[in-house]
Design a protein around this ligand. Structure first.
Ligand SMILES: Cc1cc2nc3c(=O)[nH]c(=O)nc-3n(C[C@H](O)[C@H](O)[C@H](O)COP(=O)(O)OP(=O)(O)OC[C@H]3O[C@@H](n4cnc5c(N)ncnc54)[C@H](O)[C@@H]3O)c2cc1C
Length: 427
């Protein structure tokens, strides 16, 4: 079964022809995902010559493969865990920045008039156990008091108004979360970058990167380019040429499927209020209706062997039918895989290593954060005020024995899935 990305179906990106790569630019960006394009727009609009080098096509990494579900991407340690590690003020600031990033993102999309099917439809997160319901309610109340998070707890007896499933022990509704069509967002960002006189070179991997004094040299298949500043925006797709990022993130594979088309009433019966969904399991499924309301998309970590998209599709379909038993047991029309970038401290990072700028490490929840970090890092590169993030002075440490990290992550996924099954068996 071949990979087909739902978002790209019928939404072809116009081919990018920025001509020959120049010998010199003010700023070079490596990677044309949300981070690189967001930064590129701000930098090019400030009057600099900016070239984005993209190994494949714009959005080919996580950005056009993602679920398109947007929210504040709260740090997984929670307020208490963060406070124990960094103190209470920093803990509040880190979680509050998630809300700031979300609102920057929605303002940006609206102000720019980007057509990416943005809808603030709200997210329902189903509780896998009664204990999850209590713990989630307590954490949400703390976030409400500390940073003004809006939420509603939905007891099990009322969950049918949010989800057509009996699978959960109630849930939490985040009314201010939303959804986009990610490939359309990429299209909108590319258009604005090009309109600002930015240059995008697709199919042009940076194969070597070095910096001596104030000048960086980027080698690519057609020659070399010198740049005053460089931004590494390669996130989970970092390679040997972008080792500053690659050595610090753990790439984890995630798969997604889009079902065959259904009657809109069938989709509405699963998401009666048009919500997007998550759940509290350790190896969790995320899912949502497509923007036209005719299919469902399901995604998550799968334990299938690398490359076996048919195995991943079957696993995701089985998990989907566990939630919605009436979902037709059909092979999905679309299956695709991608990588997310986890970090040792579960936090995203932005800064400079070896005189090279970087931004990334967003985990599985990076749409709003990458667009926000793109703007923040651009401000820092320009020497403008307002480029701070809540993560600024946290060390971005290399992953020990990095070569084995993907294997360790796969083993951890199986272990977490086993623990989820134990939790379910105890109920
Ligand atoms: C299946 C999946 C589902 C997801 N769902 C969600 C979701 O619902 N909500 C959410 O918030 N987040 C989600 N994410 C995470 C989100 O997609 C990412 O955090 C975000 O897209 C990262 O953007 P980026 O620009 O930093 O990196 P990317 O989009 O990955 O871009 C990096 C780019 O760098 C290029 N590159 C790498 N090396 C080189 C080189 N040497 N030279 C030139 N180019 C290079 C790659 O080709 C790639 O295009 C999901 C991710 C995946 C994979």
């Amino acid at each position: 079964m071949g990979e087909r990305i739902y978002w790209q179906d019928g939404v072809p990106l116009a081919p990018i022809t920025s001509g020959d790569v120049p010998d010199t630019v003010d700023i070079a960006i490596i990677g044309a995902g949300f981070t690189g394009l967001s930064a590129g727009i701000h930098l090019a609009r400030a009057g600099h010559s900016v070239a984005i080098f993209e190994a494949a096509q714009a959005g080919a990494g996580g950005s056009s493969r993602c679920g398109g579900m947007i929210g504040p991407s709260f740090h997984k340690l929670g307020l208490a865990g963060l406070a124990a590690q960094y103190g209470q003020d920093r803990a509040h600031d880190i979680q509050a920045e998630g809300l700031r990033a979300l609102s920057m993102f929605t303002d940006f999309v609206r102000d720019e008039g980007i057509d990416c099917d943005l809808t603030m439809c709200g997210r329902f997160r189903g509780m896998a156990t009664p204990a999850d319901y209590d713990a989630t309610a307590a954490e949400a109340a703390r976030l409400h008091d500390a940073i003004g998070l809006e939420f509603h707890m939905v007891p099990q007896s009322e969950q049918h108004r949010e989800i057509g499933s009996d699978r959960y022990f109630g849930g939490i509704l985040y009314p201010n979360d939303g959804a986009i069509q990610p490939h359309k967002l990429i299209q909108g960002l590319v258009d604005r970058f090009i309109a600002a006189d930015g240059q995008l070179f697709e199919g042009t991997p940076v194969t070597d990167l070095s910096r001596v004094g104030g000048t960086a040299t980027l080698r690519h298949p057609n020659g070399t380019c010198r740049a005053g500043q460089v931004l590494i925006a390669t996130n989970a797709y970092s390679d040997a040429a972008t080792a500053q990022m690659r050595n610090r993130v753990i790439p984890i594979r995630v798969s997604a499927i889009a079902t065959a088309p259904m009657d809109v009433n069938a989709v509405q019966s699963m998401s009666p209020s048009g919500r997007i969904f998550g759940e509290t399991k350790r190896v969790f499924l995320w899912y949502r209706p497509t923007p036209d309301g005719t299919r469902m998309i399901f995604g998550g970590r799968t334990t299938g062997r690398a490359g076996r998209t048919d195995v991943c599709a079957r696993q995701l379909m089985a998990q989907a039918r566990d939630i919605f038993p009436n979902l037709p047991d059909e092979t999905p029309d679309f299956i695709w895989r991608g990588q997310v970038a986890h970090t040792l401290d579960h936090a995203p990072h932005l800064g400079q290593i070896d005189g090279l700028w970087y931004a990334g490490g967003y985990g599985g929840s990076g749409i709003t954060r990458s667009v926000f970090f793109g703007r923040q890092v651009a401000r820092r590169m320009l020497g403008q005020p307002g480029g701070e993030t809540a993560f600024d002075d946290l060390p971005f440490n290399p992953v020990p024995m990095r070569a084995f990290a993907p294997l360790a992550a796969r083993i951890a996924t199986r272990w977490y899935a086993f623990q989820d099954r134990l939790d379910a068996a105890r109920l």
